[in-house]
Design a protein around this ligand. Structure first.
Ligand SMILES: Cc1ncc(COP(=O)(O)O)c(C=O)c1O
Length: 490
């Protein structure tokens, strides 16, 4: 309980975030029940041998999440849990349940378990602080938040982003930053800027279907380069570069969608070398690099780029809220003007209110907390998924465990198909993404993608157990049919 709380002063995580996480866990695990009084600030600070501000900050964060309430003159108390806390609570309680190998899952057939979507569920959105910051922006800027904005984006936010990305070893000044309304718009704007009818683009095979659709809409010639667990296949890339003159190469070096693979450092360096050798423009789409659970190999290509070969797209959809439609591009100087024009003709500018709120979100240092919370939730789901796949899937199903991100890419035995599995899984209230949609041409039929973005740990266990049973049934069924086909014709 509270007496057992310990803070690690040599850890990189801020002390107030450590305290916040531990108190949150006690509350969600119901070790601290509603209306329990938390220790007074000064007393608690003395006990933990930290500054008073550490306690104040931790209590403030808990208050923003409506996990505690304050009574003037009396102190801080644990709040009753709301519906929004439910899944998080499941996560904490689940962890214990998982250790018990004999636990029986009670299947709830009514709810669809959605492994198909990469979009996070609303209970992970920081609504309370967002509400406060919207009011703060409106009090401060009034109608200016709703006037026409600069096409390049709100200046204060661009400055904030410039310092934020410095933490990721990327140097970009405010002129290089273009605010966009989501990464999908970024891909579209870049396609508009660079592609004419019949131009060649290189993509990973498999890749993000939203990008395939954009390139198809420009009638581009899409050349797919296979991706391996180490990164894009460099030999094939070089062969293709010798034959084609692509307008650009579109890729996701960290926790790729759909495979979850991350490029090795060596692979990233080779790509940069090839870009320099072949004067190749690269579009790096980075949705998920913040979600690294087991490794630090989440370095962007952009941070390795010395020669302005890379246009970097960063979306806030997966690590903040997709409904905000916010992302940014980092653009080499020679492309500023063309890209700005494409942005202008797309939607003139990105919503001024949300840009201002995001700026304050960073300035009030809530960003770090948001990433920490998301990583905690997702890494629990990730571990549960890894265990459930090992435990419930037949060994004929192959997969490589990703080191982070949201996606697991599974290879089914060739006698099964993604379409049939999807169909039968849906009948059992499980949704998954069929692998074929991630290919520009000649898709294999035996891959599926499972995402942990919108499923609780409990759903992961139930869902993968059910999916494993369906796969086993389909395998038996196909063996039986296969045997039949060898019967001599008499
Ligand atoms: C690789 C990739 N790029 C871009 C997007 C679109 O992101 P946004 O919501 O920022 O438009 C997605 C969404 O799933 C994605 O997976």
């Amino acid at each position: 309980m509270i007496e057992n709380i310990e803070l690690n002063k040599s850890a990189t995580k801020h002390l107030y975030l450590q305290l916040y996480s531990q108190l949150k866990e006690l509350i969600l695990k119901k070790k601290l029940t509603a209306d329990t009084k938390l220790p007074p600030i000064r007393k608690f600070a003395r006990k933990l041998n930290v500054n008073n501000v550490t306690i104040v900050n931790a209590y403030n964060l808990l208050e923003e999440e409506e996990l505690v309430y304050k009574k003037v003159g009396s102190g801080t108390f644990v709040a009753p849990l709301t519906v929004q806390h439910k899944e998080e609570q499941d996560n904490y309680l689940d962890e214990k349940v998982y250790i018990d190998e004999d636990t029986k899952f009670t299947d709830n057939q009514e709810e669809i378990i959605n492994f198909a979507t990469g979009a996070p569920t609303p209970n992970l959105f920081p609504i309370a602080p967002f509400k406060r910051l919207v009011n703060k922006v409106l009090d401060r800027d009034g109608g200016y938040a709703f006037g026409y904005q600069k096409s390049q984006g709100y200046l204060a936010l661009r400055k904030t982003i410039s310092s934020y990305i410095a933490n990721y070893n990327i140097e970009a000044n405010i002129n290089e930053i273009q605010i966009i309304s989501g990464a999908q718009q970024g891909i579209d704007i870049l396609a508009k800027t660079f592609l004419d009818y019949g131009d060649t683009v290189f993509v990973e095979r498999p890749t993000y279907p939203g990008a395939i659709s954009v390139f198809n809409s420009r009638k581009a010639n899409i050349v797919e380069i296979p991706i391996t667990p180490e990164g894009i296949d460099i030999t094939v890339l070089e062969e293709k570069l010798a034959k084609h003159n692509p307008k650009f190469l579109y890729l996701m070096p960290n926790f790729q969608n759909p495979t979850g693979y991350s490029y090795s450092k060596k692979n990233k360096e080779r790509i940069i070398e090839l870009a320099n050798k072949y004067d190749l423009l690269i579009i790096e789409d980075d949705c998920l690099s913040n979600l690294n659970y087991t490794c630090d190999n989440n370095q962007s290509l952009k941070s390795l780029d010395q020669n302005e070969r890379i246009i970097y797209i960063k979306s806030f959809s997966k690590v903040f809220m997709p409904g905000l439609r916010l992302a940014f591009l980092l653009i080499p100087e020679r492309h500023f003007e063309d890209i700005l024009i494409s942005k202008y003709i797309s939607d003139i500018f990105t919503d001024g209110l949300v840009q201002r709120v995001l700026d304050l979100y960073f300035k009030e240092e809530m960003w770090e907390k948001q990433i920490t919370t998301l990583k905690e939730t997702y890494s629990q789901r990730y571990l549960t998924m890894c265990k459930a796949l090992e435990k419930f899937l037949p060994q004929e199903v192959k997969f490589i465990t990703p080191q982070g991100g949201l996606n697991f890419w599974l290879e089914l035995p060739t006698k099964l198909t993604d379409a049939k599995l999807q169909q039968e899984a849906l009948q059992a209230n499980i949704n998954l993404a069929p692998g074929s949609v991630f290919y520009a041409a000649s898709p294999p039929k035996n891959k599926i993608r499972l995402s942990i973005a919108a499923v609780s740990q409990k759903e992961i266990k139930q869902g993968i157990k059910r999916l494993g049973e369906i796969i086993k049934d389909q395998l038996e069924d196909s063996d039986y049919r296969l045997d039949d086909s060898f019967l001599p014709l008499v």
